[in-house]
Design a protein around this ligand. Structure first.
Ligand code: SF4
Ligand code: SF4
Length: 297
């Protein structure tokens, strides 16, 4: 079996406890307007373009049989509607200005990468986190990797948007130590506007996971004027009263990842993080649960 991966990040400090290796899966059922990993949204490989590497040699224009590339000013433009993802332009770009995002790994190849950091896991009570995209979109592959990690006694976490059939989450229960569960908005209509999907399934899955005594860390991406208003925070608090969780991580919006939109020929939207006063106020409101609330991952 093979999984499609966009990146394996070693020595990660923000994706669960301790020092972790984060494996980013490709493919996501959501399309959050502020997504930091837009190259993870599609399951299929993406063609990306790094302007700084391009010498404007035009070799790629000659090899593309689908007329999907054109020179516009001082850069190459990709017409996604014409691109057939053959990647012959990538093979013929000697300067790595055009490149493919998405790589197939077997379970053993992923495990080998994860084991490179084993010594850090022992020292820091860390482990591996499966993120994305949405790792549970490739649930069978994920399950096999989780099993292999548990055979090696490695702590495992899944960072999930929660928009999956519950059966997929349930299958991981015996092999996942921590769920990093994102909540993006409590109003389903607004949730759909900002992520492309409603939130009922997500909240239902979180409740079910909690009832099965899973270890859950809540993660709240906070974006100014999108989900940091009093009404949303009050609804969130009411919801959190109905479930069990360990801690809350408030994740203020950041602009890292903006350059990826350019590389994918996509338009990035402009967002801001709530200011520090607002973040601290929300943090203090969430502290009523007597659980750790941290600003940051
Ligand atoms: S082949 Fe590569 S370096 Fe040459 S124009 Fe195309 S993208 Fe730029
Ligand atoms: S991947 Fe293939 S179809 Fe797409 S731009 Fe490159 S050569 Fe053309």
């Amino acid at each position: 079996m093979k999984g499609k991966i966009i990146n394996i990040q070693h020595y990660s400090l923000h994706d669960g406890p301790g020092i972790r290796t984060t494996v980013f899966f490709k493919g996501c059922p959501l399309k959050c307007l502020w997504c930091h990993n837009p190259e993870s949204i599609n399951y299929k490989d993406d063609l990306m373009y790094q302007r700084n590497n391009c010498t404007l040699c035009k070799r790629c224009l000659n090899v593309c049989e689908n007329d999907a590339l054109k020179l516009q000013g001082e850069q190459i433009i990709i017409d996604k509607s014409k691109c057939k993802s053959c990647f012959s332009c990538v093979e013929n770009c000697y300067f790595e200005a055009l490149y493919k995002k998405g790589q197939d790994y077997t379970e053993d190849e992923i495990l080998k990468e994860i084991l490179k950091d084993e010594v850090f896991y022992e020292q820091s009570s860390g482990g591996v986190t499966f993120s994305g995209g949405e790792a549970l979109m490739q649930d069978e592959f994920l399950l096999e990797v989780l099993k292999k990690c548990k055979e090696k006694n490695i702590n495992t976490a899944i960072d999930t948007c929660g928009f999956v059939d519950f059966s997929k989450l349930q299958k991981t229960l015996n092999y996942c130590d921590i769920y990093l569960f994102d909540i993006k908005h409590m109003d389903s209509k607004i949730h759909k506007e900002i992520t492309n999907v409603p939130n009922e399934l997500i909240l239902e899955n979180l409740k079910k996971l909690s009832s099965l005594k899973a270890n859950i860390n809540i993660r709240l991406p906070l974006i100014k004027d999108i989900n940091d208003d009093d009404k949303n925070i009050s609804k969130l608090i009411e919801f959190l009263k109905t479930i069990n969780f360990n801690k809350i991580n408030i994740l203020p919006y950041h602009k890292m990842g903006q350059d990826k939109y350019e590389k994918l020929n996509m338009n990035a939207r402009n967002f801001e993080a709530p200011d520090m006063n607002r973040l601290n106020l929300i943090k203090s409101k969430l502290e009523i649960f007597n659980k750790e609330v941290k600003i940051g991952g």
